[in-house]
Design a protein around this ligand. Sequence first.
Ligand code: ATP
Length: 448
Amino acid sequence: MEELVALCKRRGFIFQSNEIYGGLQGLYDYGPLGVELKNNIKQSWWRSMVYDRDDIEGLDASILTNPKVLKHSGHEDTFSDPMVDCRSCKARWREDHIESSKCPSCGSEDMTEPRPFNLMFKTSLGPIDDGSSFAYLRPETAQQIFTNFKNVLDSTSKKLPFGIVQIGKAFRNEITPRNFIFRVREFEQMELEFFVKPGEDEHWHKTWLENRLDWWEKQGIDRENLEIYDVPQEELAHYSKSTLDIMYKFPHGTEELEGIANRTDFDLGSHSKNQSELNISSNTQENTDSNAKLAVQDIETKEWVVPYVIEPSAGVDRGFLAILNEAYSKEVLEDGKERVVLSFKPHLSPIKAAIIPLKRNNEELVELAKNIKNSLQALQLGRVVVENSGNIGKSYRRHDEIGTPLCITVDFESLEDGTVTVRDRDSMEQQRMASSDLAEYFKNYLIF
Ligand code: ATP
């Protein structure tokens, strides 16, 4: 983990947030390369969910959430972790994260009994902060998908089964943020709520598990480093009938990367008025705050049905850490030099190609490099840069270390015959190629 953290800072993937003021615990900022990798992960997920299918629509809803939403979703009452205090050094811990009853900080056994600590952040709305008008920062993106269920259904005429996805920030006041970007207080989620007919939920739960495993593999995660954890009944979230967690072997240990929950009709039911009419199985508290009927009508029987929901919920930040960890390797080359490589799948690499003029600041070479950059950039397959440092060995090392799959060198021969050298990051093989063939080569290399 230390090597990854150091690389992230050195090369501009991730920085400690608010660093010049001493930082703020549990928050990180994504730098120039980090934002590219993160966007590529999100794009790849969006493409697989929305563009490659016809049964899923997207959404981008507000972060600030009406407290009534989180009252009826059950979060106000139950979205908490068990907290214990050390009476000796006053440190606070999440009880299920400490191994014995001893304080991990000072070793004292004088600990309080666990008590629930609600993880939601609150903020006030409007100019007067008297506590009467507040909103929550959403703790998951899911709830606004449920509250928009009818809007999306009516505007798209979807039929069951269908899904709604959202990527966005979520906030949790974690008691002990830790392990770099694994457990933070502000993070991003990529969530799908897939609505199905009651009775078909178990089939779809298994189907989505397979689909998600397959997707992680396509992002470069070795299947051997993934495990499935069938969450036992006593550990299930309040809304879940069954949850299958995809666990990844992170550098600090095997922990959850994505949770796939069968949320039944709990959420749509909870947010609906006149629940008794709807015959909802898992919800008993009558909702008088809502004005919605979040249900679909069966065309034949005319009965109203509250769909069940399968929710694959993945953390962008945890995905980033897993993908970075898988891509990272250190090799000793024949000349004894060390080579650090990030072997990202090309569609995820922050920079797709670096065009390197052999001689720094040579006008003709730089101009040719810029022309090649512009022609590859115009293909819109990701970021292409001109690397005008003049030291070819150093340029290769830098681009290996940030995961650029292709380095294209232009030299004096290029000016004469239009050929360039293309070096592959993973094999380190170099081939001479006509620059007029580059676009086709680049497309074939990157199209995923
Ligand atoms: P954990 O048990 O690790 O606290 P969780 O079961 O509470 O996680 P979910 O509510 O299922 O997590 O959230 C879905 C996904 O959101 C998780 O699989 C994870 O990838 C991500 N996630 C949740 N909490 C955090 C966090 N504090 N920091 C970063 N990512 C998070």
